[in-house]
Design a protein around this ligand. Sequence first.
Ligand code: ADP
Ligand code: MG
Length: 380
Amino acid sequence: MSGAVASRLRAVIGRVREARPAGLDPQAVLGALPVPIVVLDTDNRFRFVNHAAEQFLGASAPHLAQLTLADLLPTDSPVFLLIEQVRAQDASVAGHDLTLESPRLSKQGISVHAAPLAEEPGAVVLAFQDVSAVRALDRQLAFRGAARSVTGMAAILAHEVKNPLSGIRGAAQLLESTVAPADRELAVLIRDEADRIRALVDRMEMFGEKPIARSAVNIHRVLEHVRKVAQSGFAPATRFQELYDPSLPPVWGNRDQLVQVVLNLVKNAAEAVADLPGGEIVLATGFQHGMRVALRGSASRVDLPLYVAIRDNGPGIPEDIRPHLFDPFVSTKASGSGLGLALVAKIVGDHGGLIEVDSRPGRTEFRLHLPVMAEDDPSC
Ligand SMILES: Nc1ncnc2c1ncn2[C@@H]1O[C@H](COP(=O)(O)OP(=O)(O)O)[C@@H](O)[C@H]1O
Ligand SMILES: [Mg+2]
């Protein structure tokens, strides 16, 4: 971080020097920088502040010209220590993670770089950098990493839970047939709950790394199947429109997993339009030429000419979750698991496919790009 700022400063100083012969105003160059920069004279008066520094210090340049640094910061602030060091050693110093606290200023996690000004003995240049935002981003990335490792954990957990669970279930079943009728209800409850955990574990296990068994899959039959499940189950009142290209070749994939993908997407679409009069889901397929992607870790490219679109006219995906949409446990629903899209992304990835999202109020489309079965490919 400090290296980056120092080199940026050097670059700016270089630009300022170069600028002179060309008639450019060095102050304009410094003013354009987004890094807060101030120059203090020997008495710590503000000799120069750029625009970013005005914002950072919460005061205008003419106002700051009347002040010294001691008017903004308490004299025991670590910034004064840095300034003294610069003057004593005639060299640049930096302080990190400083708190700038005064009645006028309240900032945490600030890096301050201080340097002497060769042409003016005693003058010091200060550059401030707010790293708290960078840290917040780091935390977010760490969280996303953790979310990803959940997929590995899920596989282990699923494996470890299944064995004792089948023991519990078997014991409960045995009790059902031997205990007094009054207690039978409890045994049934144990069995039912064990079944519920088993179903959950099965779902988690789908995140594990397993090679998929592929064959030629008619994607229209998959879509048709999901539409029927939806209309006879979770979306009886929703209108469906099917726009299929009947000439499409089969997809090279796993039928059950592709059903799962389409089901998760249609379920989300149905939930998005559930309270909407005129709510509609469009299922569409087609050819999109020129859709070629590089395979991970390989120089070769695959064609993904076939697309499947699932579109709804609901309110759209909330802005704040879009960057993490496919991460596990991201949900805006009261009883949502947040696993639906994570599983979609996993399965599509396992198929060597791609998923795209385009969402705005009134139109949300998830578009899958899938590999087709090549007639002349002996591995198919
Ligand atoms: N078609 C859609 N329209 C609006 N929001 C959607 C749509 N699909 C997904 N979302 C948003 O993405 C979130 C994550 O979806 P998902 O992973 O399936 O989890 P869940 O459905 O359990 O919440 C949903 O909670 C919702 O906010
Ligand atoms: Mg869902």
